[in-house]
Design a protein around this ligand. Structure first.
Ligand code: 4NP
Length: 166
């Protein structure tokens, strides 16, 4: 297996609900599988509404209930992210469109290798293309998002681990 690190950036709108959960769950799964040294996870938002804030308390609570600790503060995606990350994972189709627009406009795009993908394409139980935005709902929505992300991060990690073995 290659010793190189694969860096993965999880992206939602505000970087306080879904993408910090994606980052935390992905890192926890990588650790569980003995692959912590092979992956680096981070998260960001397409919007700047919550820049500098910690994750939403409902995301922190659902993660803690599953033994996952969320770290980091919200930040907006920057053109540099397309250079620095191997894979950029959008939580929904709207985030995916925003990312592709930003990538197009970025003067740094020449030679940038980042793959921009949709989170639920890796969810074997997906009935919808999007990880639903739980911000305006209750705690149950965060539990649902957690279960979706657990499946989808597992699927993504399966796929990226296969690449490591190539
Ligand atoms: P996230 O959720 O994109 O999963 O972090 C949201 C957080 C904040 C807002 C919308 C969605 N907002 O409109 O402020």
């Amino acid at each position: 297996m290659s010793s190189a690190t694969t860096s993965v950036l999880f992206v939602c709108l505000g970087n306080i609900c879904r993408s910090p959960l994606g980052e935390g769950i992905f890192a926890a799964l990588a650790k569980e599988r003995g692959l912590a040294d092979h992956f680096h996870a981070d998260s960001a938002g397409t919007a700047a509404y919550h820049t500098g804030e910690p994750p939403d308390s409902r995301s922190i609570a659902v993660a803690a209930a599953h033994g996952v600790r969320l770290t980091g503060y919200a930040r907006q995606v920057t053109p540099r992210d397309f250079e620095h990350f191997d894979v950029i994972v959008a939580m929904d189709r709207s985030n995916l469109r925003s990312l592709k627009r930003l990538h197009q406009r970025s003067r740094r795009r020449a030679g940038t290798p980042a793959d921009i993908v949709l989170m639920r394409d890796y969810d074997p139980g997906a009935h919808d293309a999007d990880v639903p935005d739980p911000y305006y709902g209750g705690q149950d929505g965060f539990e649902r998002v957690y279960r979706i992300l657990e499946r989808a991060c597992g699927g993504l990690l399966d796929e990226l681990s296969d690449t490591l073995r190539d």
